[in-house]
Structures are given as structure tokens and as C-alpha cells.
Design a protein around this ligand. Structure first.
Ligand SMILES: [Zn+2]
Length: 710
């Protein structure tokens, strides 16, 4: 990796290096769709996917080194889209273990701990009947069972599984999903009352705790989502398990079915302490999990459960599937060979195993027996695996009510759901502030960490030169001295195809101006006429080659909202109009750099294209100056950022501020700001970092045409 040579030659090379190896190969469907129509038609709007219309896309991975780099990327992406990068502070758990009951060969207690200050994770702790360990431990996140972690029927007996594990000598924590059983400070599905999620003993609906909702767009900007909170609860549950003196922290396993399998694959990706895993009936190349808690914004864009499972390599992984399960019915022939290939890179094919049972979407006794075997072997259980487990746990009647808060009364430590959300948001901002660079030297590290994270959040990457494809549409002379050219531009195998127009004069010494301007403001030509707008002529005469980017960047292309809304959690799987626009601008800048490598590049964004243009320039990393029309807005104000760029977790990585800090290392002009925009913050940062000469603020300047930015 190259090092920084000093402020003036500051480049974002490390980010680009990290992003450059990801080249996607396509499924058969996409190969036919994309290659046949390459540079004929942009197919992004008709290639939208969701859980039930899933298309597997896997990166080209040839070597172990490439795969290890990709594994790191997978880990960071799961953390980012779960709102857990940068990691929240780990507050004291203040765990309470109480009301322990004894059964034959096991004990079970009630547990709560603070996974966040004032927010309680809840569940049952099953332990071997006696002994001081060290014992291996298993975390059991449940799925969307009718009775949550207390579900005890033929399809899935979670208590039965936990009791069996405890008898084998494991310490087991059975954790509630958010909004299930005892974890009721925040709801799982705000449209359902908790009465539908009751445990074995009926619970009355308790509306007191349902004031806060995850369908709360501002919280998502800060990375707080239902799925992300569950990932955090699982990470904190591992903290809880290894805090127990009898647990061996090097022998931790995790298993769950369906929604519990989704949590399993998130945790095994996010937390290196997990040493063996058993996701049951969820990993499918043609179908993805469908609840809100499994579809965090941005997570599944160019990512899949199949690849996350493979990302666990070379650690021991057993994958359970079933003949009648809609996700995994063809697992042995469809998904398993793919996952095996990644394990083979380590020569560890024997560390991945599939057991395919006859049955439906469940976690039944037969499946449990296979998992017992695997965990016993790889986590070294003190007692042998139970070969023929009972279908349900008959002990449940004698054990009585295992709920943590059966009377609905929370301990004093608990805060309201609304406070949990408000606290998350303020802590998130504090973490960002603490990571802000104070010196130019710190900015180098910030560029690598936060710059890369922001590129991931924006789902944008700079294409390699050989990925770019273009086709000339027209070329003509305008007047005496000007030349007009229009091309279609795209990236090989991505299905994008958008227009880029160029105007140039006899001299081009000022370099190329990459221009993002909304369609409704008109293009290069005067409305209804064949003559160029005077500003375009003026810029060409000044020596600029103008490069106006169409496609999603200008709004020339867009996904109709009716189409977008017809998909479930569309932003979990797809780039929206704004993200496609940012990518098109990155692609256009890359084309300019490839075609005229010596040219200076100036990026200018007007109107609603101003802020996307700044993000695109940051991802590209080599624009000499970026000029941003803020369009009378203040991206520091959450309500406005939601309108400008509603991207999950973007505030966690610093939003527009991060892009601006990186752009001011070269040249940045900010103009036409909203009245609340804090120009002083940018001025002070530029001064502290030694870039005050690179920053130009024209906050009151009205921007009608590109000339107003100069
Ligand atoms: Zn869910």
C-alpha cells in the first residue's frame, strides 16, 4: 500500500486499492441480460431484487489472499450495515442471573443484562447440573417462532435443544429477539401487538413499552435498525457468556434456525470469538430471509447469505437444510459446492458439512442431533453428543414459567424505548467526533478507515480502466470552434449504460469539468434550440472540456417509485436512484481520467446533484477541485439529509463532513448553503488540518449555472 507523501500530494490511494479487487461475476440470468444488452440499454431499474426475487452475485475470488481480503470486507460490511462500525462503547453488562431451577442433568436460570445503557437483553441460561468447567458455550438466537425462545413443539424445541446441550456439558444462553418474550422495550414489528408473540403462559398486551418504533428513518441514518440491534445483542451475549467463570472463551458456538440462522450468520461474520457455527434452514442462492430484522438497509447489495456462510472458513461450520424448506431445498447440489470452494482455499473442506433432512422449515430433533455431533466434536463437549433427542422438552411443565419479567415490570435500570434510540443517536455522534482527525497526519488514517467505510455505505466503487466500456453516439461541430460529442458509458457486466456529453473548444488547458446537473434545469443546449447555453460556451472558451453526466446522475434515468415500492425492503438489496447517480459520476470521472490522464479534473454539482457529486468525487479520489452547490440545504440537519441522501448508517461514518474533509485535501468549493449550514466548522477544520487554502466558501452565493461556482 502506498504511503502519503505530504499534504499537497495527498491521495486516497489506499481506499482505491482496497476497492479495486472486487470484480463481480454474474449468474446465468445476469450474464444473458447484461451482456446481450451491454451499452444498448441501462438494465438497473429492471434488475431489482429482494428476498423472494434474489439473484446470487459472487465476487471473483481466485486466491486465498483475495479471499482473505474479501472476508475482511464482509466483516466490515456486516458491521457497517448493522450500525456497529465504529463499534459502540461496551458499557458494563450489569448482568443478573436469578431464579435458577434444577432439572435432571441441567440447571436453568433467568438472565438480563444491559446490552446498551438502559436496554436489556433477556433470556435463559442453561448450565450443566454441576461442575466448575471450563465448559464450552453455545449461544442460541431463536427465529420467528410463535413462542420465541420458549417455543417447544415438534418443529422446534428451543428449551429442548438448550437442555440437551447443558446435559452434554455446554453452558447455553437462549437469547430473546428484540420484541419477543421478555425483550419488550422496543418492538419487533410495530404493526403486531405482543399478544401475538406470547409465551406458553399468555401475556396481556402491554402498550406502555411501544412508544418507539424502528421504522424511524433518523435512527437508521445513525445505523440503528432492528437487525443491527439484534446483532449487537448477540455480540454482547458472547461478552456475557465469556464473563462467566465456568466458560472457556475459546470454545464458543452459535446456532439458530430461520431468523435465528440469520442472526447466526451475522454473528459468525461479525465476531471472531465464534469458533463453530450451525445455521439451520436459511442459506439459499435463490431466496433470502424476509423479515425486517434480517434486511438492514444496504446489507444485501452485492452480498448474500451464501457468501457470508463461506466467510466463516476455515472455522468448523455445519449447514442444515431440508427437502421441503423453501430456502434450502436444493442445498446439497446448489449452495454447498459453492461454499466448499472457499473452504478448499484453506484445504479445509472437512471443516464444512451439510446434513440435508427430509422435512420442512424447522429445527427438529433430527437436525438437533446433527448439530450436537458437530459441536461436541469441534467444541469438545465434556459429555458425548445425545444421539436421539426427545422431540420436545417434557421438562418444561416441571420447570414452570421461565420468563424473566412475567409480571411485565422492568428493573429500575431499564429506560424507555425512545430513550434507547435517543441515546444511540447521541453516542453515535460522540464516537464520530472522537474519530475526527485533528492533524493532517491523522487525516491519512481517517481517509483509509472512514473514507473506505463511507464508500461502502454509498455502495460505490471506482471501476478499473479495463472495466469501462463506451460507445460513441454522435459527434459534431458547433459553430466555428466547438466540438460536441455524446457517448454511452458503462461498466463491463454491471448492466449500466448512461449518456455523457462533451463540449470542448480548441484549447483545453483548464482540464475537464465533470458536471452533474438535474434534468429539470436543462442540459448543455438552450431549451428547444440547437445552440449551446452561454455558460457552456464561456467555459469552453476558458479552456474547459465540459463533461455533462446524464443517466441517474442527472435524473435522465430513474427507477420508477412504483417499481421500487413493489419490492420488500428494496434498499437492503438495491442501489436507489441517488446511489446509482453517485456511481455514474464515479464511472464518468474514471472515464475522463483514463481518456485524458494529464487533465485536471474539476467536479461540479448543481441543485440536488451537488451533494451526490461531492460524495462521488470522494469515492473517485482524484478530482483536483470539487464545487458543490448546496442548493440552499444543510446536510448537517438530519431532516434534510433524509431528503438528500437517505442512506442507512451514513451518519455513523460522518456523512457529508467526511466527504468534505477528504475533498479539501485537494480543492473544495461550497456554495449556496442553507441558513443553518455551519460554514465555520469546515473553515476551522481546514485550518487545523492545513488545507485552508484549498477551501472556498461562497455560502451566500446563489447558483443558477455552473459559472456561479467559479
Ligand atoms: Zn424478524
Amino acid at each position: 500500500m502506498q504511503s502519503f507523501k505530504g499534504c499537497t500530494s495527498f491521495r486516497l490511494v489506499p481506499i482505491l486499492f482496497a476497492l479495486s479487487f472486487v470484480v463481480f461475476y454474474l449468474t446465468d440470468f445476469q450474464i444473458h441480460a447484461a451482456w446481450a444488452q451491454e451499452l444498448e440499454k441501462d438494465i438497473r431499474a429492471e434488475s431489482l431484487i429482494d428476498a423472494d426475487h434474489f439473484k446470487l452475485r459472487l465476487p471473483e475470488v481466485g486466491t486465498l489472499n483475495q479471499w482473505e481480503a474479501r472476508q475482511k470486507e464482509l466483516r466490515q460490511k456486516v458491521l457497517l450495515f448493522s450500525g456497529l462500525w465504529p463499534q459502540p462503547a461496551k458499557n458494563p453488562l450489569n448482568a443478573r442471573i436469578f431464579d435458577e431451577r434444577k432439572g435432571k442433568g441441567f440447571r436453568v436460570a433467568k438472565v438480563y443484562f444491559e446490552s446498551l445503557p438502559g436496554y436489556l437483553a433477556t433470556g435463559n441460561l442453561y448450565r450443566p447440573e454441576e461442575g466448575i468447567g471450563p465448559f464450552p458455550a453455545v449461544l442460541c438466537p431463536h427465529g420467528h417462532w410463535k413462542y420465541g425462545r420458549l417455543n417447544n413443539d415438534e418443529g422446534g424445541s428451543i428449551p429442548g435443544r438448550c437442555i440437551d446441550f447443558a446435559r452434554m456439558g455446554f453452558v447455553v444462553f437462549s437469547i430473546d429477539m428484540v420484541g419477543f418474550n421478555d425483550c419488550f422495550q422496543l418492538p419487533h414489528d410495530p404493526s403486531k401487538s405482543r399478544a401475538q408473540l406470547k409465551a406458553d403462559v399468555p401475556q396481556p398486551y402491554e402498550p406502555r413499552y411501544y412508544r418507539a418504533d424502528f421504522n424511524f428513518p433518523v435512527a437508521e441514518l445513525y445505523g440503528l435498525s432492528l437487525g443491527g440491534l439484534q446483532v449487537w445483542n448477540c455480540i454482547r451475549a458472547v461478552d456475557f457468556l465469556i464473563s462467566l467463570p465456568e466458560v472457556d472463551s475459546t470454545r464458543i458456538g452459535v446456532t439458530g434456525a430461520s431468523g435465528g440462522a440469520s442472526q447466526t450468520i451475522f454473528l459468525m461474520t461479525a465476531d471472531q470469538r465464534v469458533k463453530a457455527a450451525a445455521p439451520v434452514n436459511i442459506i439459499g442462492a435463490e431466496k433470502h430471509p424476509g423479515c425486517r430484522c434480517e434486511n438492514m438497509p444496504g446489507l444485501w447489495v452485492d452480498l448474500s447469505t451464501v457468501e457470508l456462510a463461506a466467510g466463516f472458513s476455515p472455522r468448523p461450520l455445519i449447514l442444515l437444510s431440508a427437502t421441503e424448506d423453501p430456502w434450502t431445498n436444493s442445498f446439497p447440489t446448489r449452495e454447498l459446492p459453492i461454499i466448499r470452494k472457499y473452504y478448499a482455499l484453506y484445504g479445509a473442506e472437512d471443516m464444512v458439512k451439510n446434513v440435508h433432512i427430509t422435512g420442512g422449515h424447522n429445527y427438529n430433533a433430527q437436525t438437533r442431533a446433527a448439530v450436537y455431533d458437530w459441536f461436541s466434536k469441534h467444541l469438545k463437549s465434556p459429555n458425548p453428543p445425545i444421539a436421539n433427542p426427545p422431540v420436545i422438552a417434557p421438562e418444561m411443565k416441571e420447570l414452570g414459567d421461565l420468563r424473566v419479567f412475567p409480571d411485565q415490570i422492568l428493573p429500575d435500570a431499564a429506560t424507555s424505548g425512545s430513550e434507547v434510540i435517543a441515546n444511540w443517536i447521541s453516542e453515535s455522534e460522540k464516537i464520530f467526533q472522537a474519530n475526527l482527525p485533528r492533524t493532517a497526519a491523522e487525516l491519512e488514517g481517517f481517509a483509509v478507515t472512514f473514507g473506505r467505510a463511507l464508500s461502502y455505505i454509498l455502495q460505490a466503487e471506482r471501476p478499473a480502466d479495463d472495466e469501462l466500456i463506451n460507445r460513441k453516439i454522435s459527434s459534431e461541430k458547433i459553430g466555428e470552434n466547438l466540438k460536441y460529442e455524446k457517448i454511452l458509458l458503462g461498466r463491463r457486466g454491471k448492466g449500466d449504460c448512461f449518456s455523457v456529453e462533451f463540449v470542448s473548444g480548441e484549447k483545453t488547458g483548464a482540464g475537464t469539468l465533470v458536471l452533474a446537473c438535474p434534468e429539470e434545469r436543462g442540459g448543455l443546449f438552450q431549451s428547444g434550440e440547437k445552440s449551446l447555453n452561454p455558460w457552456a460556451v464561456s467555459l469552453a472558451e476558458k479552456g474547459f472540456r465540459i463533461c455533462r453526466v446524464g443517466g441517474y446522475a442527472s435524473g435522465e434515468l430513474s427507477i420508477p417509485s412504483k417499481t421500487w415500492d413493489s419490492f420488500s425492503w428494496p434498499n437492503a438489496y438495491n442501489r436507489d436512484n441517488c446511489l446509482n447517480g453517485i456511481q455514474d459520476l464515479v464511472t464518468a470521472q474514471s472515464y475522463v481520467k483514463k481518456t485524458w490522464p494529464e487533465d485536471k479534473i474539476t467536479v461540479a454539482g448543481l441543485g440536488r446533484c451537488g451533494i451526490p457529486a461531492a460524495f462521488a468525487a470522494m469515492v473517485f479520489g482524484e478530482a483536483d477541485r470539487t464545487m458543490v452547490d448546496l442548493d440552499r440545504s444543510d446536510p448537517g440537519y438530519d431532516g434534510e439529509l433524509l431528503k438528500l441522501l437517505p442512506v442507512g448508517s451514513i451518519k455513523r461514518v460522518g456523512d457529508f463532513r467526511t466527504a468534505a474533509l477528504l475533498l479539501m485535501t485537494k480543492g473544495l468549493t461550497l456554495a449556496n448553503a442553507g441558513s443553518t449550514f455551519d460554514g465555520n466548522w469546515y473553515r476551522q477544520k481546514a485550518k487545523a488540518l492545513g488545507f485552508e487554502d484549498n477551501l472556498e466558501l461562497k455560502l451566500d452565493k446563489k447558483v443558477v449555472c455552473p459559472l456561479d461556482l467559479f
